[in-house]
Design a protein around this ligand. Structure first.
Ligand code: TYD
Ligand code: MG
Length: 452
């Protein structure tokens, strides 16, 4: 950048910085997303972290971590996603579409947290009255919970320094601003600087900070993508706005596994934990219907049974129509090509609609066989028996490949009353004895379809 230049162009989608304006961001390829913003010099304290001692090198063996302490949120589903609870002095970003329930989730955990810890809930979006109204919907709260409505981070910082809470919740980062940054709240520079100062607070004072970040596709507000690099943990709250269930997914976690999910249901009085998502997902499955197959997806350490539905019918137009809801569209196309080439199905003049019932989004490869079986079942109009569960990865040659954690999947199916399991032949070896459920190993798509 030219010497003395105080502005630069930032992509509002990904935060890419350039010295001149461009129509398309070279990093994320978004169009018309570059906006001129003042640049700020990084202060040395931003870089310096409390746990770093200037110039002194430390041996790994000399560092003592002690007993790792985790703060429990009162919601087991959230604790699991966090890797066992909140790690003190960590920075946690909770992202998600507006209206999905981020504020509700965070206010809800304040109930348990504020029983033992000092919790400060800072809102830049709602008035105290609105928060109180929401809290009344959620039930009774302990007296100790502190609320604060403010958007200036400099003021917030001084309040935190004075009050010294254990946990701070910032709702949301897009409404916060730092005075020394000239651009508007929600812009990339503001979001980045605000997060940097929250990071200093978290690491410097040992406070766990939750940050709420909205995601918008239009790029009007800087998406939390910029933030993801800076924080310790990134959680995404997702789900269909019109369906009741919500999934909390860890996409980055310095203190735990990233694959874990937590399942909630949005009710009248806040979010309720869904302890057994499989039961929840299979609720309302039709009996004896063709095109409906139960399969199992591993989400972190937890198997979830779900129903794949397919509808294959003759197309009335030259171009067959294909849709995939809840799973990858390209994957469905690929599996249809495998069926066409390796199993001799004539799908080129058929419309095909694939849906993961319940509206969950699942992309695990082990769903492949379930999708293939449901397509074949619908095409041939032959129903798969109701007590059968199917899983396995499908390769391009039509071979069925092994999947991980076979045992857990089978146990989950058994728990929910399934009696038969169609799975990759290679996965059966080394599985040991299973009682109460019969295992049918298949090694190719053709073999699997012959079982219909
Ligand atoms: P909210 O937490 O405000 O979303 P976000 O902070 O992510 O923007 O959630 C708002 C939605 O949740 C709103 O549509 C109403 C609904 N809701 C319930 O269904 N039950 C409840 O008890 C509460 C508090 C909200
Ligand atoms: Mg909110």
């Amino acid at each position: 950048m030219a010497k003395g230049k105080t502005t630069a162009y930032f992509c509002q989608e990904c935060g890419h910085e350039a010295s001149k304006w461009m129509g398309q961001c070279p990093a994320c390829k978004a169009w018309n997303s570059m906006v001129e913003e003042p640049t700020i010099k990084i202060k040395s304290e931003t870089v310096k972290q409390s746990n770093r001692v200037g110039g002194i090198l430390t041996k790994l063996s000399e560092i003592c971590t002690g007993e790792e302490e985790r703060i429990h949120t009162g919601l087991l589903e959230l604790d699991r996603v966090l890797g066992g609870g909140i790690v003190p002095a960590s920075l946690i970003l909770v992202g998600g579409d507006p209206g999905i329930g981020k504020s509700t989730l965070l206010l809800q955990i304040c109930r348990t947290l504020s029983e033992e810890k000092k919790v400060l809930y800072i809102s830049g979006e709602e008035s105290l009255k609105q928060i109180k109204l929401r809290a009344d919907r959620l039930g009774s709260f302990p007296e100790g919970l502190l609320l604060y409505c403010e958007t200036s981070l400099d003021t917030i910082e001084s309040v935190i320094e004075k009050e010294k809470p254990n946990i701070v919740i910032i709702d949301s980062i897009q409404t916060m601003y730092k005075e020394e940054v000239a651009s508007a709240p929600g812009s990339v520079s503001q979001v980045r600087e605000s997060t940097a100062s929250l990071m200093r607070i978290a690491k410097g004072m040992g406070i766990s900070v939750f940050i709420v970040g909205h995601v918008t596709k239009e790029g009007v507000v800087a998406g939390p993508r910029v933030l993801e690099h800076m924080v310790d943990t990134v959680l995404y709250f997702e789900g269909d706005r019109y369906a009741a269930y919500r999934i909390l997914r860890a996409v980055k976690n310095r203190f735990g596994s990233t694959n874990e999910i937590g399942v909630f249901e949005m009710r009248e009085n806040g979010l309720a934990e869904v302890k057994n998502p499989s039961e929840y997902m299979l609720n309302g499955k039709p009996k004896g219907a063709s095109g409906s197959v139960v399969t199992c997806s591993m989400e972190g350490s937890r198997p979830i049974l779900l129903e794949v539905q397919a509808l294959v019918c003759r197309t009335n137009f030259g171009m067959p129509r294909r849709t995939a809801a809840g799973t990858d569209y390209n994957r469905v196309n690929l599996l249809m090509a495998v069926l066409e080439k390796r199993a001799g199905f004539h799908l080129s003049d058929c419309d095909a609609y694939v849906n993961i019932a319940g509206g969950m989004k699942m992309n695990e490869p082990s769903l492949d066989l379930g999708i293939v079986m449901s397509l074949a079942s619908s095409y041939q109009d032959k129903a798969v028996e109701d007590d059968v569960i199917v899983f396995g990865e499908v390769g391009l040659s039509g071979e069925i490949r092994g999947v991980s954690m076979t045992k857990q999947r089978i146990l989950e199916a058994k728990k929910l009353g399934f009696h038969k399991c169609i799975l990759p032949k290679v996965s059966i070896e080394g599985l040991g004895k299973t009682t109460g459920i019969s295992l049918i190993g298949v090694s190719s798509v053709k073999e699997a379809i012959a079982l219909l």
